[in-house]
Design a protein around this ligand. Sequence first.
Ligand code: HEM
Length: 326
Amino acid sequence: MLLKSPLSLGKMVLANLVCVFLLIEVIVSGFRIGVDGLRMDYYLMTCPFAEQIVQNTVNRALQSDPTLAAALVRMHFHDCFIEGCDGSILIDSTKDNTAEKDSPGNLSLKGYEIIDDAKEQIENDCPGVVSCADIVAMAARDAIFWTGGPVYDIPKGRKDGRRSKIEDTINLPFPTFNATELIRAFGQRGFTAQEMVALSGAHTLGVARCASFKSRLSGVDSTLDSDFAKTLSKTCSAGDSAEQPFDATRNTFDNFYFNTLVRKSGLLFSDQTLYTNPKTRAAVNGYAFNQAMFFFDFQQAMVKMGMLNVKEGDNGEVRENCRIIN
Ligand code: HEM
């Protein structure tokens, strides 16, 4: 029999105590995460089928149009970065107010009907309970899983905001940003440079239109592979709205995006700069080499992004219709 020394016995007792405290914390707080009031099981008693309804709705929509996966992920990002994750991106403009969704940076967003569809079914089941902001966050999470990305749980309980103004969208990062500007923009919202690189990995899905990258084609750009530059010029010959995928597998969530950066074939200037700049290059190399590490960091950063300036209690509402403030 192995005899434990008093020191290791002490460590064991301490470890057991920590486990007991953690367990009590989980039981008392009900898996509360970070922001007060957000919980994994937020709708357990009030709308137990909400998650399932969102997942089924997303799956059905993506089966008929897989390109909508990228759209749902981008929608969540654009929601969270402006006014926090509060569904402000979903609000329609009125005669007195031009909303976020009508700003130039948001005009190519799509997939709003998927959110409407899920919301309508949820309202039939449990009216006035589940916020549009939570539906967007869940839909993005489900889209990532559907395309082969990591599976993860997100805390819920966000309230919907009552403000959506075109002028606020000036705070979205521009595709012309260099790494220093990107680090600053994400740093202001509490993200590290590494988390910013991981989040940029969402560009493993989807496309950009020529309008978003054509400025790279006019001058000499030593960070742009010359064959890839020819491909981009060909794409742009079809006009500003011609689409170019970020990587070779636009509907699959993988680490190919990071491999394109290593090959100087990043689509946007803001993509390629992550490899050009020594401050972020190591992270790009790491994710290009190790997909599991990318998946792990990405899902952690997405959970964090999903908690940006969330509204709780009277700071927000549960919108009846995601497009209209109550
Ligand atoms: C790092 C700063 C970022 C910049 C400058 C940026 C910029 C852009 C631009 C310009 C486009 C193409 C829009 C168009 O031409 O129609 C795009 C697409 C996209 N972005 Fe980002 N983005 C950034 C970060 C993110 C993040 C953090 C996410 C999500 C977590 C994200 C998700 C997406 C997705 C999925 C698409 C493809 C959309 C589609 O195909 O419908 N982006 N982004």
